[in-house]
Design a protein around this ligand. Sequence first.
Ligand code: GDP
Length: 448
Amino acid sequence: MRCSDVKDTIFALSTPVGGAISILRASGSECYPVLKAIFSGRISPRMLNYGRIHTVSAPVRELDNAMAVYFPAPNSYTGEDMFELNLHGSYAVAREITELLENLGLRLADPGEFTKRAFLNGKMDLVQADAVMDLINSDTDRSADAALDQLNGGLSGRIAAIEDKLISAASELAAAMDYPDEMEDEALSDSEAVLGACVSELEKLISSGKRGRILREGAKVVIIGRPNAGKSSLMNALTGTNRAIVTDIAGTTRDTIEEKLDIAGCPVRLIDTAGIRESSDAVEIIGIERARHEAETAELVIKVFDGTESLSGCEIDELGSDGINTLYAVNKCDENIEKVRKELLKYVPEERLLVISCETGEGLERLTERIAESISARESCGAIVTNERHVRCLVRAKRELEDALAAPTTDLRALALGSALEALGEITGRTASEEVIDGIFSRFCVGK
Ligand code: GDP
């Protein structure tokens, strides 16, 4: 267990001021005497105590009626003495109590400083600290579930299991190094199976990181089709019927528009592209190229067709190169679209063809269901790793282990194994540098 080298007592408002209630929390050795000095009620540990907050020097002034909880160390979030005050959410109260606490020697906390202290006091590892912020930032049910699993130690446990195996392999290699050649050969072959198993476990975690990226950034769903097919109308219809999380994310250029949606608990980045058609206009060609690139890197492509317009030769040619992640939406079914639908069925499977009308809303519910199904299929194994930093360390650890497996001597193998352990330790914080730790906590909000 690490020991915190920070001695001062910090405080911060953990909720935005302006609501009905503001929560102020403090952590450090001065918590109890300060709470006793400013709070008139009883202070029963771990109980919600009602009382008045007041100034300490004459003339004593009451500042608020509040609820206070005192958490004696070490059974608190940070592992230090802590208190939390439920105050009325007024700016005046927040300002006066902030001033009062500062005058009593408490310091306003830096972003993430409470969680940093929890980490330094061995209350959680870095995976869990990362998960705290991922949970706060999660927009959808599934992102929140994945973060909560990590907060509860899901990923930490799997990494610890790999570390245990590697540590015992490393100590066997170290023991063999002191003995003659035959022992070395035996140790090399003995460690092979263990290292191989760890490499495949790391591979599983790394590939789960790809699914995790979807939970973090949203599955990329790209709408393509020729101009006037109804792409923008579809974008509007889908964002209208599904909760838009963040609207109007600026497109990287004027030719793509992106919105983030919640579809069946999954975050989705819906991208409307420039119409694809043969063009000689330079600006339009750039837009079309971008549309194609977006489609190539998408989790799902929705190809929209104008059901009232015959398919062009170029549209038919392109059908052959579509991936299995393409859905075909024949739009404008409020008019006669049968000819286009039948023509398309010659080239695409019926189960991926949907008939819709952005005007009347017909078929949009089914389309939303199909989007949800396609994205869930990619996530069916559950995302254990969702954090980019964790994926980078896992990739490094795997590379070191592969080097270890290829190493011709015990000492070279032991060396690479040590580097793999170091990469894994960076995930949990066992071997993370101060720079890495500071980087993690700097993205936190104040009061967490
Ligand atoms: P985009 O160029 O592919 O983005 O197409 P738009 O969404 O701008 O639509 C092109 C035209 O088709 C507009 O005049 C829309 O009003 C019309 N439109 C879009 N969806 C439908 C539909 O479901 N039915 C009918 N009848 N017209 C539609």
